[in-house]
Design a binder for this molecule. Structure first.
Ligand SMILES: Nc1ncnc2c1ncn2[C@@H]1O[C@H](COP(=O)(O)OP(=O)(O)OP(=O)(O)O)[C@@H](O)[C@H]1O
Ligand SMILES: O=P(O)(O)OC[C@H]1O[C@H](OP(=O)(O)OP(=O)(O)O)[C@H](O)[C@@H]1O
Ligand SMILES: [Mg+2]
Length: 281
């Protein structure tokens, strides 16, 4: 049995559930289900607050969890990131009023409001700055207007919340975060965890790559292979017309159109792009 912690609410909950579904695990029927058993996969899923997930995993109560890198590091729990999951991206930043504090070195003796006191204390320590950390539960952007703090440190995604509060980021980003899979730092290897990781890697690959097929004259294949080297090597199949071959290779999704343009220039025709539904590398 593998015991997995999943975010029950918040920004990560829906994409995390979707990713596990893609990987072939059972989903919950409604948001009130806090524990579900996936007997086919020998997995039990626990839906918990994202902030608590690293704590359960670090204590060894649960084997593995999906949470944010910022929440993992903030918790100080003995859990380790084992796979970045490519969603829930955000940046953790200091922010204040325009024309105010311009750098972390100017925070000496000031008050910093945040819901991530562990992250902020570690960053202040790294810079040798002594500042008061005011721990708030959320909506920290308002803390400056209300005079509870001089600056804030918070998650920034689009920057809309900061702008609405009349704040601007300053200094270097404290952290680049995204959703990650975490396991206990000294965890024994569980074969079911290896299966989960392989399945999630398969989902990530299917998201990041497409399959490209094309026909090309035999004398042009080396030029075309330079554009579509594939993961190991492209698949080449003979065509009825012996002057041509059919080529099949995986291509990063983001470069699909540029690759098609280049292939066309080289002389490839019947260039077809298809989705990869699932894969194991
Ligand atoms: N736009 C966003 N707002 C909040 N958190 C985000 C955003 N984008 C990504 N995240 C990540 O989501 C995690 C926050 O999880 P959490 O459940 O606290 O979400 P939330 O949306 O803040 O929910 P709540 O405010 O109800 O607690 C962090 O790892 C954070 O980096
Ligand atoms: O850069 P943006 O796209 O505006 O997103 C960032 C905001 O979203 C989160 O707030 P959330 O909605 O989670 O409320 P909270 O502060 O109460 O957690 C986060 O704490 C920021 O306030
Ligand atoms: Mg929040």
């Amino acid at each position: 049995m593998l015991r997995v912690a999943m975010p029950n609410k918040g920004a990560l909950a829906e994409p995390a559930a979707e990713m596990l579904r893609e990987a072939g695990y059972r989903g919950r029927r409604d948001a009130k289900e806090l524990v579900i058993l996936d007997a086919d996969n020998d997995v039990e899923l626990f839906f918990l607050r994202p902030r608590d997930i690293a704590v359960y995993v670090g204590q060894g109560t649960l084997d593995v969890g999906l949470t944010g890198r910022d929440l993992l590091l903030d918790s100080g729990s003995p859990a380790t990131e084992c796979l970045p999951l490519g969603f829930g991206a955000s940046t953790f930043h200091y922010a204040g009023l325009a024309g105010g504090v311009a750098d972390v070195s100017q925070l000496e003796g000031r008050r910093v409001a945040t819901s991530f006191p562990g992250l902020v204390r570690a960053d202040l320590k790294k810079h040798g700055v002594h500042a008061e950390v005011v721990r708030l539960d959320g909506a920290v952007e308002t803390a400056v207007t209300l005079g509870v703090a001089d600056v804030i440190a918070d998650v920034v995604e689009t920057g809309t919340t900061l702008r609405n509060a009349g704040l601007e980021v300053f200094g270097e980003p404290i952290l680049q975060s995204e959703a990650v899979l975490v396991q206990r730092t000294d965890a024994d290897s569980n074969p079911l965890l290896a299966v989960l990781i392989r399945r999630l890697q398969g989902v990530l690959t299917a998201q990041r790559y497409v399959m490209v097929d094309y026909d090309i004259r035999r004398e042009l294949v080396e030029q075309a292979f330079a554009v579509t080297p594939g993961l190991e090597s492209p698949t080449v199949s003979p065509l009825h017309d012996e002057q041509f071959v059919a080529v099949r290779a995986m291509v990063p999704r983001r470069s699909t159109n540029a690759v098609m343009d280049e292939l066309y220039e080289i002389g490839a025709r019947a260039i077809l792009v298809t989705e990869i539904a699932a894969c194991r590398l």
